[in-house]
Design a binder for this molecule. Structure first.
Ligand code: FAD
Length: 300
């Protein structure tokens, strides 16, 4: 008699989700042939998100950043037959099934949520189709190419990396990075690394405005400023920065609104942190609630 199928649904196929799926598919090959793995992902392809800043200046790189999911798993040497890919967006999570925006309902024995963060100020990172991604990359590259004075707002890893890419490709542009802390990189990395990044960017001609909070302008919210038109941004302390293109790299935010349909066993201990939108998990990455030992949240 064959063992009952165990349905594992993974939502979100980026760094964390892909790692989980590869691990599960290896289990299918060995001890758990009855595992059925389903990936639900709103994109049609794996998007190499960490390469996005290079794609903003290098067209040949941008073209290689989207990998169709079927090819991705087959190149790992794992037969495609053992998993299913559904392109769709999780709308509501329930204890034993999920509902997609399309209306499709998918039942699971185990659910792995790896939906990461949303970067609303970087539309290309949000793109869902290959052609859409390429168009957005092309439009960003054109804006960067046209602009004479560029302001990057946010000196975390993405802002620092983007400044490096722009300064390297376009050494003649006037480039400023505005960051609300005293040092770049937010203390996520060693102080010596931050100070080395500051020195390198300065050597490349980038102007550092540290300890300055750049305010969004009424005409230009946290997104691209109209190129070829002078924009003046003000910092909280009253300094002004002139540019014709501003790029906001002020971080991502988890979007976990699909969790609102999952009731906690104790309303005083919600499943999601209301301020940061993060899902509370145990060290095992299971939801921090005895009702849901079969639901995990991983990654960002
Ligand atoms: C431009 C950029 C450069 C970066 N560079 C680096 C770097 O050099 N080094 C580094 O360590 N980190 C870097 N990061 C951060 C890094 O990308 C994240 O830490 C990492 O991607 C997190 O992986 P994740 O799988 O948890 O989530 P994400 O990569 O955010 O992936 C979440 C996935 O879930 C999908 N999804 C989301 N919601 C739904 C839904 N409701 N239904 C279905 N699918 C959904 C998304 O489409 C996406 O594919 C960078 C980030 C950016 C934006």
């Amino acid at each position: 008699m064959s063992a009952r199928e165990i349905n594992v649904v993974v939502v979100g196929g980026s760094w964390a989700g892909v790692k989980a799926i590869r691990t599960l598919l290896n289990l299918v090959q060995s001890d758990y042939p009855n595992l059925r793995v389903t990936l639900v992902e709103r994109r049609a392809h794996y998007f190499h998100i960490t390469g996005a800043i290079r794609g903003m200046v290098d067209p040949s790189y941008a073209q290689r950043m989207c990998i169709p999911y079927d090819r991705m798993f087959s190149t790992a040497g794992i037969p495609n037959a053992s998993h299913t890919f559904i392109q769709g967006t999780l709308a509501q999570a329930h204890g034993r099934f999920i509902d997609l925006e399309s209306g499709q309902r998918i039942f699971f024995d185990y659910l792995i949520l790896s939906t990461g963060s949303q970067y609303h100020s970087l539309p290309v990172v949000q793109s869902t189709h290959y052609h859409e991604a390429q168009e957005l990359f092309a439009s960003m590259r054109a804006s960067i190419q046209r602009a004479k004075r560029i302001l990057v707002v946010g000196g975390g890893a993405v802002g620092v990396g983007l400044c490096g890419e722009i300064a390297d490709h376009y050494p003649d542009k006037t480039l400023t990075i505005g960051h609300n802390r005293k040092h770049l990189l937010n203390g996520d990395l060693a102080d010596s690394f931050a100070s080395s990044a500051e020195k390198k960017l300065t050597r490349m001609g980038v102007r550092l405005m540290l300890g300055e909070t750049v305010m969004p302008s009424p005409n230009s919210p946290r997104n691209f400023v109209t190129p070829d038109a002078l924009q003046v941004f003000t910092t909280k302390s009253g300094k002004t920065i002139e540019c014709d293109l501003a790029i906001w790299t002020t971080g991502g935010r988890p979007e976990t609104c699909y969790m609102s349909t999952l009731a906690p066993s104790n309303w005083e201990r919600p499943l999601v942190d209301a301020v940061r939108n993060r899902i509370h998990v145990r060290p095992t990455l299971q939801l921090d609630d005895d009702l849901y030992p079969h639901i995990f949240a991983i990654g960002d």
